[in-house]
Write a protein that binds this ligand. Structure first.
Ligand SMILES: C[S@@+](CC[C@H](N)C(=O)[O-])C[C@H]1O[C@@H](n2cnc3c(N)ncnc32)[C@H](O)[C@@H]1O
Length: 282
């Protein structure tokens, strides 16, 4: 029986073979061809995934996140966007960990120091006594991985920073887009980072006091933000103007200088550990 392949499936299979043959450039071209033909198919998702593996050959973000937890040993941790709880699972049992997600699907039982709030991050920060939820302690480590539209992540950052100290660390997922399709504001493919990349440009422009570095980790980069200032109100007070200005920018603004504009940092653990130790924790 003859098997009919869609154009995306055909291009992806060719890409797979080219990668096996040691021709990554040709494989990447074929992935891009697969992405031009259809959305929301398995071939489409695999093509995005292969492109991200070419872009970021080192450890994935789970491993980097795990290393950061082991290195910092945070007393407190807050995660926005928990989903199945895979990133929440890497947290040490001794860390007081708060997860926030309006639609969580956590698989493993939570530990005695862990809580997941079934609500949006905006509701959580508006309605809860966050300091009390943190046991009266400041926030040592946060991971922003909720709604994949820039203005949500911007609000999350503004809210999170208020509970930080200059020694805290904020991680932001999905900040390095693989292509325009996966970086669309409205989801049109399985593989979706949205337009969180805009937040990096915003932080660089409006908060030059922050240390912002984007670790080149699969699938779509992991930002490490340090030198936090819980008293800063720049982002909050100029939020509307900042969002309008950012949305007027097309993703093509990154063309040819993505690494420089997004402060790409090598995904090499000794260098990441040194970076983390060079800020805060005075
Ligand atoms: C990419 S998943 C998180 C994955 C998880 N951090 C991990 O690495 O395993 C994104 C999650 O954000 C949640 N989300 C969407 N909108 C949100 C919001 N406004 N506040 C908090 N979480 C939100 C979704 O329900 C989804 O579970």
């Amino acid at each position: 029986m003859a098997i009919t392949l869609s154009r995306a499936q055909f291009s992806y299979r060719q890409a797979f073979i080219q990668r096996l043959l040691g021709r990554p450039q040709r494989a990447a071209e074929l992935c891009l061809a697969a992405l031009k033909t259809e959305d929301y198919s398995v071939a489409h998702m695999r093509a995005h995934k292969m492109l991200s593996e070419f872009e970021f050959p080192g450890e994935g973000y789970f491993q980097v996140l795990t290393r950061i937890h082991e290195h910092l040993k945070p007393a407190t941790y807050l995660e926005i966007g928990v989903d199945k709880g895979e990133s929440f699972e890497v947290v040490a049992p001794t860390t007081l960990a708060l997860g926030i997600d309006p639609d969580p699907h956590v698989k493993k039982a939570l530990g005695p120091n862990q809580r997941v709030f079934k609500e949006t991050s905006d509701d959580f920060f508006a309605k809860r006594d966050v300091t009390a939820e943190l046991g009266g302690k400041p926030l040592d480590l946060a991971f922003i991985d909720g709604m994949h539209q820039m203005e949500f992540a911007l609000r999350d950052f503004i809210n999170v920073e208020k509970y930080c100290t200059p020694d805290s660390t904020v991680l932001i997922h999905d900040v390095y887009p693989i292509d325009a399709t996966s970086a669309a504001r409205e989801r049109v493919s399985w593989f979706w980072s949205g337009d969180i990349w805009r937040l990096i440009l915003i932080l660089k422009k409006y908060r030059p006091d922050l240390a912002v570095n984007v670790v080149a980790a699969r699938p779509t980069g992991l930002a490490i933000v340090q030198n936090l200032d819980p008293n800063s109100r720049v982002l909050e007070e100029r939020q509307r103007e900042i969002i309008d200005e950012s949305l007027a920018q097309d993703i093509s603004v990154l063309d040819g200088r993505k690494d420089e504009m997004l402060n790409r940092f090598p995904n090499d653990w000794p260098s990441i550990a040194k970076l983390i130790d060079s800020h805060g924790r005075s």
